[in-house]
Design a protein around this ligand. Sequence first.
Ligand code: FMN
Length: 545
Amino acid sequence: QFQPRNDSVSHPSEHACLGWWCSDSSLSTAPDKTLRESLRLVRLPLYLVSNGSSVVAKSGGSGLFGGVKPEDDSHPIIGYAPPCLPERLGDQGFCADLGLRFPYIGGSMAKGISSAAMAEELGREGMLGFFGAAGLPFATVEAAIGRLAGNKFPYGFNLIHSPQEPDMEDALSRLYMEKGVRLVEASAFLALTLPLVRYRVHGIHRSPDGAIVAPNRIIAKVSREELAARFFSPPPEKFLRELVASGEITPAQAEMAAQIPMAQDVTAEADSGGHTDNRPAIALFPTILSLASQLEASYGYKQKLRVGLAGGISTPAAAAAAFAMGAAYIMTGSVNQACIESGTCDEVRNMLAETRQADVTMAPAADMFEMGVTVQVLKRGTMFPMRAAKLYEIYRTYGSMEDIPPAEREKLEQTMFRAPLNDIWRDTRSYFLRRDPRQAERGDRDPKHRMALVFRWYLGQAAHWAKDGESSRKIDYQVWCGPAMGAFNEWASGSGLESPSRRKVVTVALNILHGAAVLTRANFLRCQGIRLAPEETRIEPLEIA
Ligand code: FMN
């Protein structure tokens, strides 16, 4: 039995009576749990029953709702929270369509940081993991497909837009089609592309009952409404015409394709690790959600368009807020990089475990350097953001490497490159001759492009040094990370999950989801005027075997 206190449940007479608890005997005899304990039994209903001057939390038995008091000895119910299962926090249709138990996705993290092991752990538990294919050699992606395809649970692969390497995007989408990868996370797209449309409509057909079936599913990640609108729309006609003209789809398939959205599910990505527009989740999400319902109606789709939320989610409170706004699912990133299954090194995991909210900043991105695109990275314990910003400034100021003043150039060669810039160009050139000869040729012709390729070498290597734990380059580590990391560390502080070696991706996910369910119940009670003390709603992370 818990006693009302000044800062907790106020005197019962102040509360509206929601219904009645009739069994006087069970009120006095059954062992009661504290409100804190009852809130956590998320699979059971919770009744707050007034017992004269005190309030009892009941999670068993039954109450009667309505204004008429049934028996003389019945007690008023002054608060009620329904069961709230972590499985039911998001959109049930989303989980059913993807074969998931929980509305939870581990987002793609480039260079295999979201590893096959991570996708397996999440998949086994009824969640979804995307393999981080960006920036990896083709053969590595192929091997990951081979590994994940052997499992019975859902998984997905990242298809990242590569404006600098359109052939890679094309080749990767074809590999996914060929190997039967049925789900991709499409990200960093500024517009739809032919490879993406080809993937989506590949194998489209009608089932015996006449329904259109598109075997390849895209979950698109966007941070702007214009892009969400493109993904929620059918594939552009010009691409469908091209695919018909090249014989890759039939006219009948093109006609079916014109009736389905490019992506039924779009993840609204707020301020996150890696590529981000730093948008606030509570401003971005409602706009994308509203767009989904408008486009669903205007296209007259048979399916519901759904919106998930990513960016800043690493605690129960953030997840509860996402679901309260109507998120079909949540996606995490930064917090997973700090888990033992991620493809980064222990040194980075330790750095991430020390990270606080303000320890992240924006820095030039390797893949879209010339366009001035930035990514969110760790700034504590590394000079990467400062050094990368310096390179961008030099790139903007000078027309070629030869124009860089000698003292400046020498400093770059000694600190960041640790080699003459001409040597770096020689190696970069031979790399591109193998991977994308057009880049090397353009570098030969255009001194500004040559400078960009050399500077991008540093930005690209900095991510490798971090991931591979190249400790002689610790000062240059590029670690993509968002403020969610600091939020998680603050929450996990003092718990078993404080230590990076104990952070497992599923443990983290289940804690976030379970905590979100508890907080959702606490909010039900708050809406009924029940004041809750901080210790009643504090969620300590638990270690789950
Ligand atoms: N998203 C992608 O779609 N492709 C990527 O290659 C990619 N790489 C990432 C690498 C790291 C280390 C991190 C932290 C994020 C990356 N992201 C990438 C974004 C995540 O998939 C996810 O959307 C994001 O991290 C969610 O926000 P949060 O960091 O606040 O949890």
